[in-house]
Design a protein around this ligand. Structure first.
Ligand code: NAP
Length: 534
């Protein structure tokens, strides 16, 4: 914590291997209220020193974290495999993604556009009144609490996307470790703490806390020194943190990524020839990837009730029957999947189409495929809700003998009934005029509902790039204006400050006349590269 290891005072926590149910040492001490407050006080005390770093210093700090994580090497992967049940190859890839996104944020910080520097020079001769000199730049919000996600123990946990983007913004971070992978969290936490020390920063720039139950999270969200919360997990957990943050004397933003069923619409023209079998194979691959434990798992697929659609349906049924379950992250997550799938299967008009085989161990649940009709789906919100895991719902829609316009209206009505989503995917036949009519009708509906629209492909892969959006209207997230993946994520932790008639010597470097950080600045409304303004 704040660069120093602390002894937990309220008990300890052991990891559980979800593949066997065995406990895994060592024990991690759980902090008490005074220790939580010490971490947020240290974060507050570190804020001014941290935020005054130059872009080059902040970039070097982020790169140091990435280098330190790389240095841990195989020990980190082995520990994460043991604690999560995820395969080694997946975790190796996730480690690459984690260090890759830290380095991407280093690039973003060094390049400096996130500061959005704007200068409206004074117009002393303007009539009827002169205009004052006005300058604007982004400043960090202050200490941020990050809740590590269970399903990305590296890329969305201790030094994952939320932490990397908050640090990139210049916000000290207090991480509430996810109790499903404490050893992984500790190894990464040490790597970050070493980078803090080696960069000459105060220890309060980063703390990692272990706590039992909801109390620590609630205490952190209510702490007056905390200025924002970032969370990935359940809808209930996200909502609880939103309520706490909103009820504070000084309410603060919560960026919670919660629940999404990621609808996929397969249009008739996409299923011709061999496409039905190929699409079904890709669908079941995406549905069962990582035991279905992705926020972008394709939980809903709308497929036409046509002979081609029947072939897709039969292939998906066969492939799910042949699939074997993989170990889920924790016992409670597996139990929640069982309860969610049972309750969905018990709904009227929902049929269980296929059940695969359970894998070895207590938490490797059999993948499941369910089906319903378009009318039931459109009118019963319960059928849209996410079941976290490899459980798919196929929605059959009538398509034969209908005009493209009538089909477009029926599908638009179904999509209008959806809650906010992270993604929606359209599969349309190349060159199909009828599909094109439907696509044009659905796109404006989807733009209102989701954060990322895919044309072809499957939503489970989320690239970490500048154009990526991993966000969307509630309940996909608590704030649809941002993203938790990609470089735009940094903006969640920044706010604008305007400086009016402030003498150059008192301005932050981003806004000084000499432009010492070489930023691209918007001068009088026009963006011009730094070199053109020298
Ligand atoms: P979770 O129960 O929401 O927990 C996530 C983190 O938030 C944990 O550190 C937890 O602390 C804390 N927390 C939860 N409820 C809280 C509350 N009321 N007040 C304060 N802190 C709270 O998520 P999970 O354990 O990872 O998985 C449970 C379910 O969440 C899954 O079955 C799945 O449905 C969903 N989930 C969704 C996604 C997604 O990407 N959409 C990802 C992961 C999980 P403690 O553990 O210490 O209580």
């Amino acid at each position: 914590m704040a660069g120093e290891p602390v002894e937990g005072t309220t008990g300890s926590l052991l990891a559980t291997d979800p593949a066997t149910g065995e406990e895994v040492g060592p024990a991690f001490g759980l902090v008490d209220a005074a220790q939580i407050e010490a971490a947020t006080r240290a974060a507050e005390a570190a804020f001014d020193a941290f935020r005054s770093q130059s872009p080059a210093e902040r970039g070097a700090f982020l790169r140091r974290i990435a280098d330190n994580i790389d240095e841990i090497g195989a020990e980190l992967t082995a520990r994460a495999v043991r604690e999560t049940g995820l395969p080694e190859a997946r975790l190796e890839g996730e480690r690459g993604r984690t260090v890759g996104q830290l380095r991407m944020f280093a690039d973003v910080v060094e390049q400096g556009d996130a500061l959005q520097a704007r200068i409206d020079p004074a117009l002393p001769d303007r009539l009827p009144a002169p205009r004052p000199d006005l300058r604007q730049a982004q400043v960090p919000l202050g200490p941020v609490v990050v809740f590590g996600a269970s399903n990305f123990p590296l890329a969305f946990s201790t030094a994952g996307g939320d932490t990397a983007s908050a640090l990139a913004a210049g916000c000290p971070v207090v991480v509430k470790a996810h109790n499903a992978h404490p050893g992984t969290a500790e190894l990464v936490g040490q790597a970050v703490a070493r980078a803090v020390a080696d960069s000459g920063l105060p220890g309060g720039v980063f703390s990692l806390l272990f706590g039992g139950g909801n109390e620590i999270g609630q205490t952190l969200a209510a702490d007056p020194r905390v200025k924002a919360v970032a969370f990935t997990g359940s809808r209930a957990g996200g909502l609880a943190l939103m309520r706490t943050a909103a009820a504070r004397p000084e309410p603060v933003p919560v960026f919670a990524e919660m629940s999404s069923s990621n609808p996929v619409v397969i249009l008739p023209g996409a299923l011709t020839g061999d496409a039905a079998e190929d699409l079904a194979r890709a669908y079941v691959g995406s549905l069962t990837l990582g035991a279905g434990q992705f926020c972008t798992n394709p939980g809903l697929v709308l497929v036409p009730a046509t002979p081609d659609g029947d072939r897709f349906f039969a292939a998906a049924e066969r492939l799910v029957s042949e699939a074997t379950g993989q170990t889920m992250l924790t016992g409670p997550i597996a139990s929640a999947r069982t309860a969610g799938a049972d309750s969905l299967a018990a709904e009227p008009d929902v049929d269980t189409v296929a059940t695969g085989s359970a894998g070895p161990g207590p938490n490797a649940l059999a993948p499941m495929l369910l089906a319903t009709g378009l009318k039931s789906f459109t009118t019963r919100p319960r059928l849209q809700q996410e079941v976290f895991g490899a459980v798919g719902l196929l929605v059959r829609y009538p398509a034969d003998g209908q005009s493209a316009e009538a089909l477009a209206d029926a599908l638009a009505e179904a999509l209008e009934a959806l809650e906010g989503q992270l993604t929606a995917t359209l599969h349309a036949g190349p060159g199909s005029e009828d599909d094109a009519v439907v696509v044009r009708r659905l796109l404006p509906v989807l733009e209102r509902k989701v954060g990322r629209i895919l044309f072809g492909g499957w939503p489970t892969g989320v690239e970490v790039t500048h154009a990526m959006v991993h966000g969307g209207p509630f309940p996909a997230t608590s704030d649809p204006r941002g993203t938790s993946v990609g470089s735009l994520a940094v903006h969640r932790f920044l706010r604008p400050v305007a400086y009016q008639s402030v003498p150059d010597a008192f301005l932050p470097p981003a806004l000084q006349e000499a432009n010492p950080w070489g930023l691209n600045r918007r001068v009088d409304g026009t963006v011009a590269p730094a070199e053109d303004r020298a």
